[in-house]
Design a protein around this ligand. Structure first.
Ligand code: ARG
Length: 258
């Protein structure tokens, strides 16, 4: 074998290695991100007939396109979401996660992309509960670990807050009159009433507080900046309003960031 052949092989090998390196994304753009979603948080993110659906699934698709991010969706339970982000099991999560100070100790959030709040739901037959002040000595069901759980626990005189890993269980308890009320995210309660409530559940009073959802990432996540730019871009080009109208029946009264 001549030296000439060896060096040609060497150059060929080097070229292959360089090609592999750039495909692996030394530029940073090429990594396929794992993005956590939830299988039962309608109409934001849910799984139906094996398919991931919802406002957040479609909004994320638009954000990722703008930010030039490749991703795979990873369905998780609500209980797993925080841990999965913190441990790096997923890079990001979009699942109706309320931005708050306590959570910011452990994770990072994007700018808000959805403004909402908590509401009280009762059984249709219930006449005594008209608002928060009527919840003293009552039993309220909600999802364990949610902002609603925290909120309900702080209601003066509340008898018991029952936490369930899946919000459907809380709704079932309400339908069966096993609890007095459910407190949870407004749009999810509204969706439940329209889809599975069987005419047995109603919302009483107005919004209890103000909350905003953000995309969650690891502390100091390098993706948050690009995601914020992409959120602003999909708001600006009308994609946000179109998706909002599709999923919530009417365009938003106020756009995120306004
Ligand atoms: N917004 C509430 C929270 O952050 C409820 C979240 C519900 N999200 C979900 N993926 N199930 O605690």
């Amino acid at each position: 074998m001549s030296m000439g052949l060896w060096s040609k092989r060497g150059i060929g090998l080097l070229a292959v290695m360089l090609a592999m390196l750039s495909a692996a994304g030394c530029g940073g753009n090429q990594k396929t991100l794992k993005v956590g979603i939830e299988s039962n948080f309608r109409p934001f993110t849910y799984t139906e007939a094996g398919q991931n659906k919802g406002f957040e699934v479609e909004l994320w698709e638009a954000i990722a396109r703008k930010a030039n991010l490749k991703y795979d969706l990873v369905p998780l339970s609500y209980g797993e979401m925080n841990k999965a982000v913190q441990s790096g099991e997923v890079d990001l999560a979009i699942a109706g996660m309320t931005i708050n100070k306590a959570r910011k100790d452990n994770v990072a959030f994007s700018d808000p992309y959805f403004d909402t709040g908590l509401v009280i739901a009762t059984h249709k037959d219930n006449k005594d509960i008209q608002g928060k002040d009527d919840l003293a000595d009552k039993v309220v069901a909600t999802r364990t670990g949610s902002t609603a759980y925290l909120y309900a626990s702080g209601i003066p005189g509340i008898r018991e807050v029952r936490g369930y890993p899946d919000i459907s269980e809380a709704y079932d308890q309400l339908k069966n009159k096993a609890v007095d009320a459910v407190i949870f995210d407004e749009r999810n309660v509204h969706d439940y009433i329209q889809t599975n409530g069987d005419g047995k559940v109603k919302i009483v009073g107005g919004m209890l507080n103000k909350e905003s959802y953000g995309v969650m990432g690891q502390k100091r996540s390098k993706y948050i900046g690009r995601i914020n730019e992409a959120i602003a871009a999909v708001v600006k080009d009308g994609t946000y309003s179109a998706l909002y109208a599709k999923w919530f029946g009417a365009p938003p009264k106020q756009l995120p960031g306004e």
